[in-house]
Design a protein around this ligand. Sequence first.
Ligand code: SF4
Ligand code: SF4
Length: 99
Amino acid sequence: MNRAFDCGEIEAIAPVIDRDRCVGDSGCVAVCPHQVLALKAVAAHDCDGLPASTRFLLSLSQGLQAAVVAPECCRACGLCLAVCSQHAITLQVRNGDAE
Ligand code: SF4
Ligand code: SF4
């Protein structure tokens, strides 16, 4: 059974980007009213351990994917989820800093 949602928890929620889905089209970056997200280049040395499917997506997006740069600013409005055609974003309880 789901417990009641406590609005005080909103500041502890932030988006998580699925790197196996993000195609770097920047829709979420454009729509976020709080500048939580940005397009960032994935460094070549960070690609080594990624699955072939993710490396293929990166080749299509010229190495760019969405990144969470200011998780503390997220207000859980859901706009980024709504705009992402790849269903690459989930909102999760934050337990750390930016990616
Ligand atoms: S997370 Fe979705 S909306 Fe944001 S850049 Fe990636 S594919 Fe586009
Ligand atoms: S849920 Fe809203 S505030 Fe949070 S990252 Fe997405 S668009 Fe920005």
